[in-house]
Design a protein around this ligand. Structure first.
Ligand code: FE
Length: 130
């Protein structure tokens, strides 16, 4: 999905635009999904691509929503990020290329991964309840 800058500016809030399209980071412990515990799927706020299941969300203490896995191989893509004097692995939405956050190798079993994601990059789709 290749939208131009002004097209994204129409569909995203200024705060979402800064994170998703300009690789910004929301301040820790400020995002609306940090302590969110409902059952459902977290999707990309830019394009709706399914990214993370509530089943893999856990309390990392980092101040950002954290997951130990992505929903599928089509969810995220990795990119080397050498900004801010650190060597990190950036995760972007595989469908629209929006910046989501970073992935680290200090997560819990079974993957040992910590997908550290900005709330601003996410929307939440609640599971159907019966
Ligand atoms: Fe996306």
């Amino acid at each position: 999905m290749n939208k131009k800058k002004d097209e994204w500016e129409v569909t995203l809030s200024p705060e979402q635009f800064k994170v998703l399209r300009e690789c910004g980071t929301e301040p820790p412990f400020t995002g609306k999904y940090v302590n969110h515990k409902n059952d459902g799927i977290y999707v990309c706020a830019g394009c709706g691509n399914e990214l993370f299941s509530s089943d893999t969300k856990y309390e990392s203490g980092s101040g950002w929503p954290s997951f130990w896995n992505q929903t599928s191989e089509n969810s995220t893509e990795r990119r080397i990020d050498n900004s801010s004097g650190m060597k990190r692995i950036e995760i972007i939405c595989k469908k629209c290329g929006g910046h989501l956050g970073h992935v680290f190798d200090d997560g819990p079993n079974p993957t040992g991964l910590r997908y550290c994601v900005n709330s601003l990059s996410l929307d939440f789709k609640a599971a159907d309840t019966e």
